[in-house]
Design a binder for this molecule. Structure first.
Ligand SMILES: Nc1nc2c(c(=O)[nH]1)N[C@H]1C(S)=C(S)[C@@H](COP(=O)(O)O)O[C@H]1N2
Ligand SMILES: [Mo]
Length: 259
């Protein structure tokens, strides 16, 4: 009995230490007792609508300073895609990569990394919270998704932005199942929502989603698709995967993962 209590106190202490003053990446076991876990549970209990009311559409996620970056960004999920189209692009350092932007837009786009890098850049130091219970602070540089959407001209009927990725997570009955995700246009146009090509002052590494990954700073890590090959603007999510809006959503996760 006393042992269990001591252990609990010990773990609690570790959790407090790891979230103080500004947490880096921490161990999943410790995270069970942490404030982040509470926040995650609350997020799941709240509805999308309630969160939108509470947070507002323009609420900013907290930003940090360079000295808060204590360790390299922890890679998670797919970290080294083996899909041939991806490998072919990687061999040429993504110089032939083109991001397609299609769907409910007036002007479909095909953008190279150079095109994206020629647009106004935004750099932000933020904390990434994974649903598995770890967090990590890193600096991200990229192009605001809102600017890309403006360039394409979003139809008034559109509601969502879908990200289609290169990496295969499972071999399904009908072939490879690739990662995909989606957000609403409020989050897509949020000032901190960027298509990131840089991380911690360097080119975005393969392990963290090269050549392009999205940052959706007010939601959990699984919303932030890596290895993006295409963006589709749409009024419905039913045509993608099992229709729940993302690879993990199709397996039971919440579509709105607000934190
Ligand atoms: N394409 C793709 N995007 C993905 C994943 C993935 O497996 N494939 N994993 C998600 C999860 S669960 C997390 S926590 C983050 C991890 O990003 P990181 O590797 O930069 O830490 O990417 C998210 N985006
Ligand atoms: Mo995650």
């Amino acid at each position: 009995m006393k042992g269990a209590l001591d252990r609990r106190r010990f773990l609690g202490g570790l959790a407090a230490a790891s979230t103080l003053p500004l947490s880096g990446c921490f161990d999943p076991l410790v995270a069970n007792d942490s404030g982040v876990r509470d926040v995650l549970e609350k997020a799941n209990a709240l509805t999308y609508r309630a969160q939108r009311l509470l947070l507002g559409s323009d609420h900013l996620a907290r930003e940090f300073t360079r000295s808060d970056i204590r360790q390299p960004m922890r890679p998670n999920g797919s970290t080294n895609p083996q899909d041939e189209p991806y490998l072919a692009l990687a061999r040429q350092d993504f110089s032939t990569f083109r991001l397609s932007v299609t769907g409910a837009v007036q002007r479909p786009l095909s953008l190279s990394l150079a095109d994206l890098q020629a647009m106004p850049a935004r750099t932000q130091i933020t904390r990434h919270d994974c649903v598995e219970g770890w967090s990590c602070i890193a600096e991200w540089t990229g192009t605001r998704l809102g600017l890309v959407l403006d360039q394409a001209g979003v139809a008034s009927s559109a509601r969502y932005v879908v990200f289609l990725c290169f990496d295969t997570l499972e071999n399904g009955f009908n072939g490879p199942i690739r990662y995909y995700e989606s957000i609403d246009l409020l989050d897509a146009r949020h000032p901190q929502t960027i298509l990131a090509y840089g991380m911690n002052g360097e080119k975005l590494p393969v392990s963290n989603g090269a050549p392009l990954r999205v940052r959706v700073e007010r939601q959990l890590g699984y919303k932030m698709a890596k290895y993006i090959r295409a963006i589709v603007v749409t009024d419905s999510l039913v045509a993608y995967g099992d229709g729940k809006g993302g690879f993990w959503e199709d397996r039971g996760y919440e579509w709105f993962a607000g934190i």
